[in-house]
Structures are given as structure tokens and as C-alpha cells.
Design a protein around this ligand. Structure first.
Ligand code: G4P
Length: 534
């Protein structure tokens, strides 16, 4: 019984948005309502504090992006919320993809003046591929905004998802006075509060109440009533089943910075959002979150998260059963049993040990190198979740350490960053492994790797960009004697599998003609994040 109740209480989600839409601000307000922080400004302050204490964060600060991600757990209205923080930059598509695999729902945050932006589309495509329920929060209504009907149209036409407004804004920018909650039929009025910790005052009244008309100029009021009428006239009510299938997104308007609309949103999210969903493993077994036997998978590994604790943390998403500290589970990939002694919850840079966790929760495991991304941990070996694919790399570089004395640290750094999935690592085929060839989805990944090798492993490196744009797995006999010409190169991955790197599609065709006995197969997952729906 305990298990069933605990699972039903979980809401595990991530916020997806284009940089600057207000993700940090909204995260902070969610924590504020959840009582996890007492005053607003703490998350941003922590972000700054971390930036000040760790050189590695310099990069994040300089670029104004959030590279690392954390899991925040907070209680709300009898529920346990798990917010998975996703990095905001497009070059980190893989990391975001892995994090979204661990989420049961996503909140799409949109800037009311900007609408759907490039990064919104990419992240949306990942959610769409998984068909996870999506909630939309249209932020910054306190600023001059686009016509809300036009924003809904954009969601439908650009993203191809049905948009159902749960509430409707009265005015925007200077004239913004609140939102009308369609379910309760009441207007929540907005009062400009200072950018701070206070909860926004909520007053309710029907939209036709003269007191509401008195809040705005006649034109704004008329437009508001007309639009509401139009929406109500559209007929169909909110279809929760369609939302759960990812076909319709409920839309909420608000202003995170002034706390407005956040509580309405959270209440609805808790009420309508999905509890942890069953997961299907590689053999198509359905793993129910309420199954007694514990299972979970590692979706992220991060070394040196905090300079005070120079260890590697593996983030485990619990999929079924109950996690208990010190329990012994099977790592299904290696077949070895592991005792989970050091399990923790992380809140920004603070950590706290975890005694129990349930499906939907994320546990950080201090990782002495025994876990890899995609590993299934379970009581028994009856379950094996699908491996998490790496994306198809498009950037390649040869890297060497400039100082032979630091070669050991260089190797360790490369091995650990590979394990984290920060970069893919290849070597010239069939040769002694000295100089790795790094492969990445986005070129910024190289800068991060270079920076981290220097700041965390004390190794200076030089990167030599290679002209290749595509990798293919090579299958067949006598791979080593393949004819590749000058526009391709044979390499092997960490596990010794042969791959060929190509400069262009044209060179793939040519090499294929020269080597009819070999197959050159697409390597890694297609970059879902780049696949923008029509
Ligand atoms: P991000 O994590 O998505 O990149 O965005 P972040 O929360 O850092 O917000 C980006 C900027 O937008 C911040 O302003 C923030 O205050 C502002 N913002 C967020 N939500 C709202 C809102 O509802 N209304 C308005 N008007 N602004 C909002 P900044 O000037 O970059 O930083 P700060 O000095 O205000 O912290």
C-alpha cells in the first residue's frame, strides 16, 4: 500500500525553454511555493556562489548558459515534486535528451513577447518523440506581449500540438491585470509586487464583474471578453487523455518574476500531471512503477560536480519498487551486484543522504567507476532498460596533452569525460591508444572538455579540428584493409568497434563503392533535437 501511495504522489518533470525565457526564475518560484526555499533569489544566488567558488562555472557564467544540471525535490500540496534541471544550450542536446528520458512530463516555458523560439522547437521535438505530457507556461505577461491567440496559433502551427488555454490573460505589459481561470470561472487579479519573495495576492471575481471592467481601459476589456467568448464558443473542453498522449498541451499565462500565475499553474500541474508512468524494457516487459521489485536506470554521470567533493555521481531514475540505502542490486550490464551505500539527494551544491526513494525519484550515487550511462540497476536481472543512445557526432578533433608529465591525468580525464557522455572518444584503428580523437554533436562540447581537462585534471591540451562531419560504423571482413582514400579515416571506439569518419556524404558513397564487402552503417541516434516538426 505504501508503495502505491508514494508513487501516486510523485511528479517528475523538466522545464524546457529557450535561454532567457525565465527558467531559472520559474524554478525558483516553484521552490518558493514548495517551501524548499524561504526567499526568492536563493537559486540565482547559489548559482552565483557556485560560479564564484568554482572556475569551471566561469564558463557557464561567461556564456550565460547552464551546463550542469541538478535534481531538485520539493513537497507541494501532499505531493513530491522532482524537478530535473536541463541545461539550456543547444550544444548540450545529448545531456538534455538523457535528462528528458528520466522525466514523466515537461513544462514548456515561453516568453510571451517572443513565442516559440529555436531552442523551444528542438526541445519540444525530444518530448514529442517520447510522447510525454507537456504543460505550457507563457511567461512575462507583465511585459508587452504578443496577442495570446496568436501565441496559441503558433503552438499549433509551428509545433503541431493542440493548445488549450486553462486561463486567459487580462491585458499585458502595463495593462496586465490578471488571468481568468476557465475551470473555476474566476479572475485572479494581478498586483505588481516587487521582485521578491512575497506570494502574489489573489482576488477572485467573475469576468463580467464591473470591478474587473474598472481595472483596464475599455479597449483591453472588450478584447478580453471577445477572446474569452471565442474560446468558450470553440466548444470542446480540455481532453486529459489527449494531454497524456502528448497531443494537447494545457496553456497557462503568468509572470514568474512577480510570482503571478505560478500557484495556479502548480495546482493544475499537481492535479492533472502524470504520476510516474510504466516503462517498457528492451525485451518489451512492462515495468510498473508499483512493481515491488526495485529497478532504475542511470541517465547521467557527472564528475567533479562540486570542487569540495571530487567524486563522480551517477544519477539514477527509480522506475519501480522502493530504493533503500545500503540495498544490494544487480548492475544488469556487468552482471555484478553492487551495494548502494552512498546515495544522496542534491539540492544545488548541497547534498543530503537518501534513506528511501520511490519510482519517479532520482538518487545520486557516488560512482566509483562502476556505473555507465544507461545502466539498469535492479533487484534481480529480470529487467534491462533500453541503452541510451549517443547522438550522431558531427564534429571531430584530435587532442593531445602539451605536457608529457601529465599524460596519466590526461588519460584519466578523457576516460571520465567519456563515461559522463560529455564527449565521444575514438582512437586510430588498430593502433596503440595514445592520442584520442574526440567526437561531439556540437563544437561547444570541445571547449567544455578542454576547459574541464585543465581545471579539473590540471592538463593543458591542444585541439586540432579534423575535417570530418559524419561517422559510420563499419561492418564486414578485413575492416583494417579497407580502401578509404583521403576524405575518410578508420577509427575505433572505446570498445574497439570499427568506425569510419567521413568529410561528406559524397565521400561515404565513394568509399562504399570502393568497398562493396563492407557496410557503413549510421552511427548513434539521429539527433532528435535537430528534427523540428513541420
Ligand atoms: P533563463 O534561466 O531561462 O535563462 O532565464 P532567467 O530566469 O534567468 O530570466 C531571464 C531574465 O528574464 C531575467 O532578467 C529575469 O528576471 C527575467 N524574467 C523572468 N521571468 C520574468 C517575468 O515574468 N517578467 C519579467 N518582466 N521578467 C522576467 P535579467 O535582467 O537577465 O536578470 P535579473 O537581474 O532580473 O535577475
Amino acid at each position: 500500500m505504501e508503495l502505491r501511495e508514494e508513487v501516486a504522489k510523485r511528479r517528475t518533470f523538466a522545464i524546457i525553454s529557450h535561454p532567457d525565457a525565465g527558467k531559472t526564475t520559474l524554478t525558483e518560484k516553484l521552490l518558493l511555493y514548495g517551501g524548499a526555499i524561504v526567499t526568492a533569489g536563493q537559486v540565482a544566488a547559489r548559482r552565483r556562489a557556485r560560479a564564484a567558488t568554482s572556475d569551471w562555472m566561469e564558463l557557464e557564467r561567461e556564456r550565460g548558459i547552464s551546463i550542469t544540471s541538478t535534481v531538485l525535490q520539493f513537497p507541494y500540496d501532499g505531493h513530491t515534486m522532482n524537478l530535473l534541471d536541463t541545461p539550456g544550450h543547444q550544444d548540450f542536446g545529448e545531456d538534455t535528451y538523457r535528462t528528458l528520458l528520466a522525466a514523466d512530463a515537461a513544462v514548456m516555458l515561453i516568453d510571451a513577447a517572443r513565442g516559440v523560439e529555436p531552442q523551444t522547437k528542438k526541445l519540444f521535438a525530444i518530448c514529442r518523440a517520447r510522447r510525454i505530457p507537456l504543460f505550457t507556461f507563457v511567461n512575462k505577461m507583465d511585459r508587452p506581449s504578443r496577442d495570446p491567440l496568436e501565441l496559441l496559433d503558433e503552438l499549433e502551427n509551428v509545433l503541431g500540438i493542440g493548445a488549450y488555454p486553462m486561463n486567459w490573460p487580462l491585458g499585458n505589459g502595463e495593462t496586465f491585470r490578471g488571468v481568468y481561470d476557465r475551470a473555476s470561472g474566476a479572475l485572479h487579479t494581478f498586483e505588481r509586487t516587487e521582485h521578491g519573495a512575497k506570494r502574489a495576492p489573489v482576488r477572485t471575481a467573475a469576468p463580467t464583474d464591473p470591478a474587473i471592467a474598472a481595472l483596464v481601459d475599455e479597449h483591453t476589456y472588450r478584447e478580453f471578453l471577445d477572446q474569452l467568448e471565442l474560446l468558450e464558443g470553440a466548444g470542446a473542453g480540455f481532453d486529459r487523455a489527449a494531454m497524456l498522449r502528448g497531443d494537447v498541451t494545457p496553456v497557462f499565462f503568468g509572470s514568474a518574476v512577480t510570482n503571478f500565475g505560478v500557484e495556479l499553474f502548480l495546482d493544475a500541474f499537481v492535479r492533472m500531471g502524470p504520476p510516474p508512468a510504466p516503462r517498457v524494457d528492451a525485451e518489451k516487459h512492462v515495468v510498473e512503477p508499483t512493481d515491488e521489485r526495485f529497478s532504475g536506470f542511470v541517465f547521467k554521470i557527472q564528475a567533479n560536480m562540486d570542487p569540495r567533493h571530487r567524486d563522480r555521481i551517477a544519477f539514477l531514475r527509480v522506475c519501480s519498487g522502493k530504493f533503500e540505502r545500503d540495498m544490494t542490486v544487480r548492475n544488469v550490464r556487468t552482471g555484478k551486484d553492487v551495494r548502494l551505500t552512498r546515495a544522496m539527494k542534491l539540492f544545488a551544491s548541497d547534498r543530503e543522504s537518501v534513506e528511501v526513494a520511490f519510482a519517479g525519484d532520482v538518487v545520486g550515487l557516488a560512482n566509483p567507476g562502476v556505473f555507465a550511462i544507461g545502466d539498469t540497476l535492479a533487484e534481480g536481472d529480470h529487467i534491462r532498460f533500453e541503452p541510451i543512445p549517443a547522438f550522431e557526432p558531427e564534429h571531430f578533433a584530435l587532442v593531445r596533452s602539451t605536457d608529457t608529465a601529465s599524460y596519466k591525468s590526461f588519460q584519466k580525464g578523457i576516460a571520465q569525460l567519456r563515461e559522463e557522455g560529455a564527449v565521444q572518444v575514438f582512437y586510430p584503428y588498430g593502433q596503440t591508444r595514445i592520442e584520442p580523437i574526440l567526437a561531439a554533436v556540437g563544437a561547444l562540447q570541445f571547449e567544455v572538455v578542454k576547459y574541464r581537462l585543465e581545471s579539473e585534471y590540471n592538463v593543458k591540451t591542444v585541439f586540432q579540428t579534423l575535417p570530418y562531419t559524419t561517422a559510420r560504423r563499419v561492418r564486414g571482413e578485413s575492416v583494417g584493409s579497407a580502401t578509404l582514400g583521403s576524405s575518410a579515416r578508420l577509427v575505433e571506439d572505446w570498445d574497439g568497434n570499427a568506425l569510419a569518419l567521413f568529410e561528406s556524404a559524397w565521400s561515404i558513397n565513394l568509399v562504399q563503392q570502393w568497398n562493396p564487402g563492407l557496410a557503413f552503417e549510421p552511427f548513434g541516434a539521429r539527433d532528435l533535437a535537430r528534427e523540428v516538426p513541420a
